[in-house]
Design a protein around this ligand. Structure first.
Ligand SMILES: N[C@@H](CCC(=O)N[C@@H](CS)C(=O)NCC(=O)O)C(=O)O
Length: 357
């Protein structure tokens, strides 16, 4: 090394050498800043800001909508609150960023939100082309049809020639085209940008039928003037695994989102609830898995770059997955949805989170 420096000294004048060193340092600095950018530091940004910016929908009762006092409520909202609680210690430290289907990914990629929970289906193109990292599925859904009973239609196969309300920028419009093509039927699309617009169009009979995720249809039907005049057809024409998402390029942040979702699911499996979590976390018990979860043993929080009470804080803020579901979507809510596929694998569903160990 010293030899080569000597050789450089003899070959180049001090000025040329100086320029080369400067150039070299600039390149190193640029490469370093790219590495930092690729590693994004969302966790640090959120901690410095003291708030999580969470991208949600513009309003879908049960999933994300502001109540009469302007407080956001819903299933997706609680996932935002759980992440905020795990990272910042309080489920209230969230700024909700309402988006349409069309703008949600651009807004996430532009940094207007740190994370997205917005009735969003994981697909290959959204991952590989739009560069989103999906978190574990938090609602297994599928696309259905809502129609006025008076039309006498009992199956989606009778929808040839129908006018169909759909929202742009969704998997819904792509599935609809596939379904009608495969069944050699024609339809007339009536495009809208939000659920609210779709409801107006549907109620004013600008479309015969409204299609979207079955969970959103349950929410929409409950919001209609006379829900019992409308029926959801039996066909489910697609798979819609709904989940949170973050931008590509920040693995640490993606890990945090992923393990918070897993923690909510695992808490239900373990019988850890919003009510008992603080008591359970007071001391180490003789269930090692529970101890790891509660942070009374091991260093799971530390590995994520979080406090050891990260999972306790998340559950204290919103409860476990089952509690969130019951509160916003379950049989006692206007949506009246059954757990179905979204039951824990221990109760006949397919919710199955990777272990915290
Ligand atoms: N899961 C599908 C469909 C999403 C979707 O259409 N969501 C509607 C359901 S009605 C929504 O969230 N609307 C609320 C809004 O308009 O802001 C996707 O990811 O493309």
């Amino acid at each position: 090394m010293f030899d080569s420096v000597l050789k450089l000294k003899t070959t180049y004048s001090k000025e040329v050498l100086g320029m080369r060193v400067t150039k070299f340092l600039v390149i190193i600095a640029v490469l370093f800043s790219f590495t930092v950018m690729a590693d994004a530091g969302t966790l640090e940004d959120v901690k410095t800001r003291g708030k999580l910016n969470c991208i949600v929908s513009s309003g879908l009762a049960g999933f994300a909508s502001p109540d009469e006092k302007g407080n956001w409520q819903g299933f997706d909202v609680d996932f935002c609150r759980a992440v905020a609680a795990a990272v910042l210690g309080s489920g209230d430290k969230v700024k909700f960023v309402p988006t349409t289907n069309k703008t949600r990914f651009t807004q996430l990629n532009a940094g207007e939100g740190d994370i997205l929970f917005r009735n969003t289906t994981e697909t290959l193109s959204r991952d590989a082309d739009l560069k989103l990292t999906f978190l574990p599925v938090n609602y297994y859904d599928g696309q259905g049809f809502l129609i006025r009973k008076s039309l006498g239609v009992t199956s989606a196969t009778q929808l040839a020639g129908a006018s169909v309300c759909i929202q742009t920028g969704t998997t819904t419009e792509l599935n609809l085209a596939d379904y009608f093509r495969a069944n050699k039927m024609k339809y007339e699309p009536v495009n809208t940008e939000t659920n609210e617009e779709s409801i107006v169009a549907y109620e004013s009979k600008r479309c015969d039928v409204y299609t979207t995720d079955a969970s959103a249809l349950a929410s929409t039907r409950a919001a209609l003037k006379k829900p019992s005049d409308h029926v959801i057809l039996p066909e489910i024409i697609s798979k819609e695994p709904l989940g949170g998402a973050v931008r590509h390029g920040d693995d640490r942040w993606a890990d945090i989102g992923k393990w918070v979702v897993n923690a909510l699911i695992i808490a239900e499996e373990m019988g850890i609830t919003q009510k008992n979590v603080k008591e359970l976390a007071k001391k180490s018990g003789n269930n090692p898995g529970m101890n790891r979860f509660l942070g009374t043993e091991g260093s799971m929080g530390e590995m994520l770059g979080l406090d050891k009470k990260w999972a306790v804080n998340a559950i204290s803020a919103v409860g476990n997955y089952g509690e969130i579901f019951e509160r916003h979507l379950g049989p006692k809510t206007p949506l009246a949805l059954e757990r179905g596929l979204n039951a824990s694998w221990k109760a006949g569903g397919i919710l199955y989170a990777a272990p915290i160990r």
